[in-house]
Design a protein around this ligand. Structure first.
Ligand SMILES: Cc1cc2nc3c(=O)[nH]c(=O)nc-3n(C[C@H](O)[C@H](O)[C@H](O)COP(=O)(O)OP(=O)(O)OC[C@H]3O[C@@H](n4cnc5c(N)ncnc54)[C@H](O)[C@@H]3O)c2cc1C
Length: 432
């Protein structure tokens, strides 16, 4: 009898897991559960609403198939007519709108479903609990149904950003405050000439600004972040240099090693070192002790973030134009108080040693996905954490698992059947 696998989550990771399972003719039966029909095959990042926001990786780096790196580019070439109104030209160096990448992923999911001839089913529902029955797992759904499987793959993806305000602060439920930014709905109540605060200055804030520019926004935008730093711009003019083995000892040593590397490659922009490090990052992270990881998070992460999550030159120049026109401002500081008033949301933020008070018509939380499972208020997470089925990472970065993605429970044991190895395929639980 075929084994049964339930994949919870129908975003990119869920689709990749389904594609791997389907490629074995005698492989297991798979059932994908996705709670939001609009996100099926797209997930949060590549949803329909992101028609103009670009991928942060060039088309040549976005194939779903490691052995066919140009698959996405070839798919774009054969579908170019459909997208003529959205993309000027197709080339491996182009940053393509994220919605189009979502179309590509969804089309692959539909193709795999057809080819798997009944071995891959999709169901729209929310998984809220995973129970054990002997060697089998039972996934309980919000609809009240229960499904049985030999293995469960968690592909739960990006959680909404952490709350900015305490629960008893009226601002948290004020309609002028947007707790989650990943939907077109944020624009539906914005008047074109308002004063808007974006909390965070990373890629999500950039997405929102690009959406405002598209709508010919005439108001003002302030971005507030602790470091007051902005993502760097991709520089594709220098070919990537080769790296055989990176420094993996203490992060401080790695920093010195990067400096040395940059001296040897004086023409390359320093941020490009991130690209050559990409294949090694998992290995480096696993090698570091908790203290070393803490050191990295405290001292190096801010620089890593702006270099790892870069923006296309076109986005950077649109933002610069807005800054030069006095419409966009980057502030360094953090919120100490928020009060809902008749005219807007009054924010007090601390910058250096001063407290600055300013009223905004709208406040949008752009701080990025919450990665601390203890703070995520999704039923399935509360269930798994509450029953000790998963162990949260001490640094607040996801949950503990083996390098292959098998889940480690609160008793430091591998939780059989969840995030498991199935046949020849190995599934890595997507880290947030
Ligand atoms: C706004 C944004 C932009 C990004 N842009 C890029 C980019 O340009 N290039 C790049 O390489 N990476 C990008 N990323 C990183 C991106 O997160 C990953 O590339 C990838 O999309 C993650 O896929 P995922 O399946 O793990 O998560 P998600 O895309 O978040 O998918 C998870 C899915 O699981 C579903 N789900 C969750 N819980 C349940 C449940 N209990 N029951 C049923 N369904 C459930 C959700 O509804 C969702 O559809 C971006 C991320 C974000 C947030």
């Amino acid at each position: 009898m075929r084994s049964k696998v339930i994949i919870i989550g129908g975003g990119l990771s869920g689709v990749l897991a389904a594609m791997q399972l389907a490629q074995f003719p005698g492989g297991p039966e798979a059932l994908m559960i996705e709670k939001n029909p609009e996100l099926l095959g797209r997930g949060v990042a590549y949803q329909y609403d992101f028609t103009h926001q670009p991928l942060n990786v060039v088309a040549g780096g976005m194939s779903l198939f490691p052995d066919r790196p140009m698959d996405f580019v070839e798919w774009l070439e054969s579908n170019h007519f459909k997208y003529n109104h959205l993309i000027e030209k197709v080339s491996p160096q182009e940053f393509i709108p994220r919605k189009i990448f979502g179309d590509y992923v969804l089309e692959n999911l539909e193709r795999v479903q057809q080819e798997a001839a009944g071995r891959l089913q999709i169901r729209i529902d929310e998984a809220i609990s995973i129970l054990d029955f002997g060697n089998r797992k039972t996934v309980v759904l919000a609809s009240g149904n229960a499904l049985h499987a030999d293995h469960v793959i968690l592909a739960l993806g990006n959680f909404p950003p952490a709350d900015l305000f305490l629960h008893d602060n009226p601002v948290q439920n004020d309609l002028r405050y947007y707790a989650s930014p990943w939907t077109d709905k944020v624009y539906s109540h914005i008047a074109g000439d308002e004063n808007i605060l974006l909390v965070g200055s990373g890629l999500t804030a950039v997405d929102i600004i690009l959406g405002l520019i598209l709508r010919k926004f005439k108001g003002k935008v302030a971005m507030l972040s602790r470091r007051g730093r902005f993502p760097l711009q991709h520089d594709l003019s220098h070919p990537a240099f080769q790296l055989l083995e990176p420094e993996t000892r203490h992060p401080r040593k790695m920093l010195l090693w990067i400096r040395d590397l940059m001296k040897k490659n004086p023409d390359a922009p320093w941020a490009s070192v991130i690209d050559v490090l990409r294949p090694f990052t998992k290995k480096i992270w696993l090698k570091w002790t908790t203290d070393e990881k803490k050191y990295f998070l405290r001292r190096i992460r801010p620089y890593w973030e702006i270099a790892r999550h870069r923006i296309p030159a076109k986005s950077a120049s649109l933002l610069n134009e807005m800054m030069n026109a006095g419409q966009l401002e980057l502030k360094k500081g953090y919120i100490v108080e928020a009060i809902a008033t008749d005219t807007g949301i009054e924010i007090v933020y601390r910058s250096e040693r001063d407290d600055i008070r300013q009223v905004f018509h709208k406040v949008i939380n752009c701080t990025g996905p919450e990665s601390n499972y203890r703070k995520v208020r999704f039923p399935i997470i509360s269930d798994l954490v509450g029953r000790g089925k998963v162990k949260t990472d001490e640094l607040g970065l996801g949950i503990k698992c083996t390098p292959e993605g098998r889940i480690i429970n609160e008793q430091d044991k591998i939780e059989e059947g969840i995030g498991d190895k199935v046949g020849k395929a190995t599934f890595v639980i997507p880290s947030p």
